[in-house]
Unconditional design. Sequence first.
Length: 125
Amino acid sequence: VDLLCAFLMKRIAEGKDLLLREEEPTRSVKQNNALHGLLRRMSTALNDAGIDGPAHPWREDFRLDWSPELCKSLLLHPVMHAMTGKKSSSDLTRDELSGVVEQMLRRVTEVTGVYVDGLDFRNGQ
């Protein structure tokens, strides 16, 4: 702390303009791995439960299987945007990601009856 203060005071004495910005850390690598593991488990659980995936863009009667990417874009991202206004999950703070995932999982369970465990940080899964 003393070295930082000395450095800042020296730069100010030299007439330098300084800009300090406080940022919350974005999600960790472990949290990122946990999110992708959750999306894989969710897509498998939805498919195993027989929950129809979205319709193919060119044929309404042709339903796509759930994939981690579809779960992310159709389930996670709308909740994330509604809760945080952010468009990319990589911009979420650790706390925001946990809140978004909790809300998404609760709603998926309410609507489909499919329960998937939340983020598992123990093994990065």
